[in-house]
Ligand binder design. Structure first.
Ligand SMILES: Nc1ncnc2c1ncn2[C@@H]1O[C@H](COP(=O)(O)OP(=O)(O)OP(=O)(O)O)[C@@H](O)[C@H]1O
Length: 675
């Protein structure tokens, strides 16, 4: 451990020396101390000083003396230290300041119950007590346009200063806003929180931390708070109110919350804040291997890109670097980006496995693991890859890392699988899992296969006649097959409705181009397979049409969730016929729960035992679509992975529900997009 000062002007230098003798504390950096108890290190400090230009470098006392001598008495204070040194994420990118750093946190040193990670602070992350951030007055941030940027250069292990400027991730939003204002078509960006006021919330697990009401109630750090403001998030959504304190307390979490309710921020904020504030153990230096601190996995390339874009906004000027890796795009470009440094890696499983096999990424230092669309990630298609990544590579085991699983749907069998990855977790259900409830008006129409196209045409003509067509009123049409998607797109275009398509047979470039064209309203109709069903947050999707209904009710939930997001209303229309009879019961149940009008003919279908689709796959039944499977005795004791959910009362012990009722009907202000 080093007590060091970097080269400075002689005056400042001698000042610091004086202050160090009288227990001067700059701020404490506990990097490079894997395995050491934070409490052992109280007296050992490294001091980072802001150099005259705009970097912050840790260095040793010996280095500083040597450098000082080298640079002479007239040194302006911008000499490089001779040794490469670690710079913790929360200190990277700091612009220059003449202000001295404020004192380090005097919070008591935490117990260390996580070997290698510094121990859990009371109420803080499991990797040790937060290091209080520097006073911000002198650090301003943003004064230099693109912000500090820069990355951790894994080849030299040093601070790769000035090589990379952090691009402003808000630039596009600002441009769009100006453009929309100019065209007089700016929509109200305010989220309708009244729509969420009465939301039912269910939690189970040990000592569930209480929810917060405002972002100010949580100490996320100044830089992150500033980004929250830039995103125009005035207050947390219900899932954020509940999950952020749970995650900040270092707890594992399985969270179910409706589509479009803000889950991305719910897992990003605590991760970014944790990395900013946590003690950072020195990361190993492989010649080409990078060691992210957090891993966010999602099932589709587009969703990973979207999470990356969001996370970059939240992490802007925090010094936390977010990188994305996904299939279908050139790997070399992604490797170059990774080499510039990564704190949070957002990835699709396939590309990540590739990177792990090439030893270009190691998961050894991962403290936070988040699975978005977790039920999809653990279903038959993805589970083997996820197990490989989480259990068979070098990721710290559950209980050491913090694991957070999010989705709008969580079938019980998947919950059971998921529990293998979690340790003493909290289960949270916000809202009726499986629907955006009253915000989405759901309609089901009986349409024979042969009539589907003409019926679709009727809907689109009606929309056009109503003026609900175009950039501000996008229509997403789901079909079952890739061929079906191409053919429907072609037919729509022929009939004067500009459309594009997204599915697995298109190249990644074509997929991205299709999304851009749809978002911008150039082609206000997107024909998609389930590749677009989950997670995509596309503003202005007013109407989702299930041209072909899916076989699984959860897929239906995610598909219709592309509209009616963030408190806005939307419309979902489904074409039902004999081929969909196995979905009848669960569809009727779902619609009934969401206070939607269930057509008499659908209710009759649902009542027929042969059409009921057997056991309702929706977990738990009852008013909550998702319930903690640990509370269901049919899943037996112990679950998998040897966790005793019942005997010791460690998990599933507490159980609280708060419900304010469901409101009902279509709700005031709900407008149909087409009639
Ligand atoms: N606190 C907030 N205030 C205002 N808008 C918010 C807030 N939190 C999130 N949003 C916005 O709400 C929208 C939906 O958020 P997000 O995509 O995270 O939803 P989700 O719950 O992950 O949905 P899905 O289940 O479909 O993946 C986004 O446009 C996001 O920017």
């Amino acid at each position: 451990m080093q007590l060091g000062f970097p080269p400075t002007t002689p005056d400042l230098h001698s000042n610091i020396q004086r202050r160090s003798k009288s227990r001067f504390v700059g701020f404490v950096f506990l990097g490079g101390l894997e395995g050491a108890k934070a409490s052992d290190l109280k007296s050992e400090i490294s001091i980072f000083l802001i150099l005259g230009d705009f970097s912050i470098m840790p260095t040793s006392w010996a280095d500083s003396v040597a450098n000082s001598a080298e640079s002479g008495a007239s040194n302006s204070g911008v000499s490089r230290p001779t040794r490469s040194s670690y710079v913790p994420p929360h200190l990277r990118n700091r612009p220059p300041s003449s202000d001295p750093p404020v004192a380090a946190s005097s919070a008591p040193a935490p117990d260390n119950n996580r070997p290698g990670y510094g121990g859990a602070a009371p109420g803080g992350s499991r990797w040790g007590g937060p290091i209080r951030e520097l006073g911000r007055s002198g650090f301003g941030g943003g004064g230099r346009g693109g912000g500090g940027g820069g990355g951790w250069n894994n080849r030299t292990g040093g601070w790769d200063r000035g090589r990379e400027w952090e691009a402003n991730p808000f630039e596009k939003d600002e441009k769009d806003e100006i453009e929309e204002q100019a065209l007089g078509e700016q929509e109200n960006t305010g989220i309708n929180f009244d729509a969420y006021e009465d939301i039912p919330v269910e939690t189970s697990g040990d000592n569930v931390p209480p929810p917060v009401n405002t972002f100010a109630d949580i100490d996320l750090g100044d830089a992150l708070n500033k980004n929250i403001q830039r995103c125009k998030y005035v207050k947390p959504t219900p899932v954020q109110r509940h999950t952020i304190p749970i995650s900040l307390a270092g707890r594992d979490l399985m969270a179910c919350a409706q589509t479009g309710s803000g889950k991305t921020a719910a897992f990003c904020f605590p991760i970014i804040s944790g990395i900013m504030k946590g003690q950072v153990a020195q990361r190993p230096r492989g010649p080409r291997t990078v060691y992210p601190l957090a891993l966010i996995l999602s099932p589709t390339r587009e969703l990973s890109c979207q999470i990356h874009e969001e996370a970059r906004k939240f992490a802007y000027q925090t010094g936390v670097k977010v990188v994305v890796a996904y299939g279908g795009a050139p790997i070399n470009q992604q490797l170059r980006e990774l080499e510039r440094g990564v704190d949070i890696l957002v990835a699709t499983p396939g590309r990540l496995v590739d990177l792990l096999e090439r030893a270009r990424v190691s998961l050894q230092m991962v403290r936070y693991l988040a699975l978005d669309e977790a039920d999809r990630m653990l279903d038959m298609g993805f589970e083997p890859q996820i197990r490989r990544i989480v259990e068979q590579m070098d990721m710290p085991p559950r209980g050491v890392r913090q694991t957070m699983l999010f989705s709008a749907t969580f079938p019980k069998e998947i919950q059971r699988l998921a529990s293998d990855f979690l340790s003493n977790y909290i289960f949270l259900a916000v809202g009726r899992v499986g629907s955006s409830t009253d915000l989405i008006v759901q309609r089901v129409e009986y349409v024979n296969e042969s009539d589907k196209r003409s019926h679709l045409m009727d809907l689109l003509h009606a929309q056009r006649a109503n003026g609900t067509h175009g950039k501000q009123s996008l229509t997403l049409v789901f079909v079952e097959t890739k061929k079906g998607a191409d053919s429907l797109e072609h037919w729509l275009c022929l009939n004067g409705f500009p459309a594009t398509t997204i599915h697995g047979d298109r190249t990644q470039q074509e997929r991205e181009q299709a999304l851009r064209s749809f978002k911008s309203g150039i082609t206000p109709i997107l024909v998609a397979t389930d590749v677009a069903a989950r997670g995509l947050d596309i503003p202005h999707v007013a109407h989702v049409i299930n041209f072909d209904l899916p076989n699984d009710i959860d897929d239906y939930v995610h598909r219709i969730g592309r509209t009616g997001r963030a408190g806005k209303t939307g419309l979902a229309t489904a074409f039902f016929n004999e081929n969909n009879s196995s979905l009848a019961r669960s569809l009727a149940d779902l619609m009934g729960e969401a206070n939607q009008e269930v057509p008499a003919w659908l209710a009759r279908y649902a009542a027929r035992p042969s059409y009921g689709g057997g056991r309702n796959r929706r977990s738990g039944g009852g008013r909550f679509g998702g319930r903690d499977f640990r509370r269901d005795s049919t899943f037996g004791r112990g679950g998998s992975g040897g966790v005793d959910y019942y005997g010791r009362g460690n998990s599933g012990g507490g159980f609280t529900t708060s419900s304010g009722g469901y409101g009902g009907g279509y709700g005031p202000g709900v407008v149909s997009a087409w009639d």
